[in-house]
Design a protein around this ligand. Structure first.
Ligand code: DC
Length: 223
């Protein structure tokens, strides 16, 4: 079974997807983390993003792998566990530009399909229901208003000891939404048959409960 969850940054989709995966006892594949790991490699190697050859050279030698434990994956570049470091501010600022590159997307999509076909998986990202798994068993599109998203992101980054105002965070979310939704390749869009859930004002338990109930009832979204 494949459950596709898409939506913009900080809409609550990652925590919801992980919660659902743990309740169902299946794997949670965070595809954003994969794009973040590539971005970390690109930053470290000072790759010029406007130079396709340098990007491809970097892609051809990075060894990206995931190790699952209790539904969740640790992300590795070679032998290094980069799960935490890919959440940093520089990767967050650069990842939209890196994930817009066609060669990066091709490599990531092929890896995502390979991983998810190994067993029941919740796959979360921006293009899962539209491009990666258009035939997913269930598709959800998670949204929330900017105020809610700004506050959620603020809580996340506070835990990392980073000091930013809600206004700065919302400005960055808007900038990323614009890049993610307007890029030429696999932009962020709701699949016609996805069920939309607005998580503004919902608790995490309510979000998880709603998805589990839908999956158990076998309800699909309408066109
Ligand atoms: O979910 P996230 O914020 O960790 O995702 C990081 C970036 O990766 C985000 O700016 C968009 C991109 N992304 C993508 O283009 N396609 C996906 N399937 C997942 C993430």
């Amino acid at each position: 079974m494949i459950i596709a969850i898409d939506g913009p940054a900080a809409s609550g989709k990652s925590t919801t997807a992980l919660g659902v995966a743990q309740v169902l006892g299946i794997r949670y594949l965070d595809t954003g983390a994969m794009y973040r790991a590539v971005t970390l490699a690109v930053i470290r190697e000072k790759v010029d993003l406007s130079n396709v050859k340098s990007v491809d050279a970097c892609l051809s030698h990075i060894e990206l792998s995931l190790k699952f434990e209790n539904s969740k994956a640790h992300v590795f570049l070679g032998d290094e566990d980069v799960t935490e470091v890919i959440r940093g501010i520089e990767v967050t600022r650069t990842v939209s530009a890196v994930s817009a590159l066609p060669s990066v997307r091709r490599k990531m999509v092929s890896l995502q399909r390979k991983i998810a076909w190994q067993g029941d998986t919740i796959v979360e990202g921006r293009d899962i229901g539209t491009v990666v798994f258009p035939n997913a068993d269930f598709k959800f599109f998670i949204v929330a208003d900017y105020e809610t998203r700004g506050e959620r992101r603020l809580n996340d980054i506070k835990k990392m000891g980073i000091d930013l105002s809600t206004e700065e965070i919302i400005k960055d979310l808007k900038r990323r939404d614009k890049i993610d939704s307007s890029r030429m390749h696999s932009p962020l869009t709701k699949a016609e048959d996805a069920i939309e859930i607005d998580t503004s004002g919902m608790t995490l338990e309510e979000q998880i409960g709603l998805i589990i109930e839908t999956v158990k009832k076998g309800e699909k979204g309408g066109k």
